[in-house]
Design a protein around this ligand. Structure first.
Ligand code: NCD
Length: 310
């Protein structure tokens, strides 16, 4: 029962049971009024440390907003050039020290496994805000929250994950979590950017139907959720390889003309060219709503981990 909260850290969706996910989603629902501005001192006196070694807008700022709206404070490592990392300090030492200044740490780092490493040295809970092409569990929780709010359920939906399934960490975490809800998953990517084998075999061991294709137009009309992703340019060892797959998918209002009425389009953002801005005006677009829910879900996680909420 609620093993994740005993372990204290949020590192990968694999650490969550379905029951634990539902617990976080319910908690988020009860906190949504605070994300919209209702006053609270739930986390008064608590401090959250943000350690971002990769660019971030939504994840960093929604954590900061969540913390401040619940009455807590935030400290920020800032760019590596402004800290002792620049002098050669190890991640382990940095985490040990900053863990002594704060009640929880949020870390984003280009190396896979770095959040787990940090959790081994941190005296306080660690939340993985993206470790290279590995995992992004807090994004997945907000994605599930969005699906539940906008489709009224998560169970047995037909979901397409589209774009860079190789390097995209959001889809690695989301695919696994959806398999706990019996989703029908369609993986849509160029053949060079297929979902990595360990995750595909993980899915095939579940009660989940999975199919793969590179043809997006074949899929659009048959799904309840289209989860678009950016081709992760920064993770390609060879820029020429990126050039071959850049702009491989692009949603336009025309491409959605015979989509299901209840279809929702999601995207972790930032988008590049995979969703035309004219799609924003269609009744299917949910990506900005989704990014707002980032505050709600991160409030829930902070309350559970450091606010005595579980
Ligand atoms: C994603 C990420 O950092 O993995 N962004 C986010 O957290 N919302 C997606 C991306 O960068 O493409």
């Amino acid at each position: 029962m609620l093993t994740m909260f005993k372990k204290r850290h949020v590192l990968s969706m694999r650490d969550f049971s379905r029951e634990e996910i539902d617990f976080v989603l319910d908690m988020a629902l009860s906190l949504e009024p605070y994300a919209r501005g209702k006053k609270s001192n739930m986390l008064a006196g608590k401090i959250l440390a943000l350690l971002f070694f990769e660019p971030s807008t939504r994840t960093r700022m929604s954590f900061e907003t969540a913390m401040k709206r619940l009455g807590g404070g935030v400290i920020n490592l800032g760019p590596a050039e402004g800290s002792s990392i620049y002098k050669g300090e190890s991640l382990a030492d940095t985490v040990r020290v900053i863990g002594g200044y704060s009640d929880a740490l949020v870390i984003r780092h280009p190396k896979e496994g770095s959040a787990r490493l940090a959790s081994e040295f941190s005296p306080v809970p660690v939340l993985n805000a993206g470790d290279g092409a590995g995992h992004h569990p807090t994004q997945t929780l907000l994605d599930l929250y969005t699906i539940k709010k906008e489709q009224n359920r998560i169970d047995n939906l037909s979901v397409a994950l589209v774009g860079d399934l190789k390097y995209g960490r959001t889809v690695h975490s989301l695919a696994y979590a959806l398999s706990l809800y019996g989703a029908e998953i369609t993986l849509v990517s160029p053949s060079s950017l297929r979902m990595p084998e360990p995750i595909r075999s993980d899915l095939s061991g579940k009660e989940t139907k999975v199919r793969e294709t590179s043809d997006l137009s074949d899929v659009i009309d048959n799904v309840d959720v289209l989860y678009m992703t950016r081709i992760q340019r920064e993770r390609f060892p060879d820029p020429q390889e990126y050039g071959k797959v850049a702009r491989c998918y692009r949603l336009t209002p025309e491409s959605l003309s015979s989509a299901r009425k209840n279809l929702i389009i999601m995207h972790p953002l930032p988008r590049v060219d995979e969703i035309s801005p004219s799609v924003d005006e269609t009744p299917h677009a949910r990506y900005f709503q989704q990014s707002f829910y980032g505050v709600t879900i991160r409030m829930a996680l902070l309350k559970i981990l450091i606010g005595g909420g579980a």
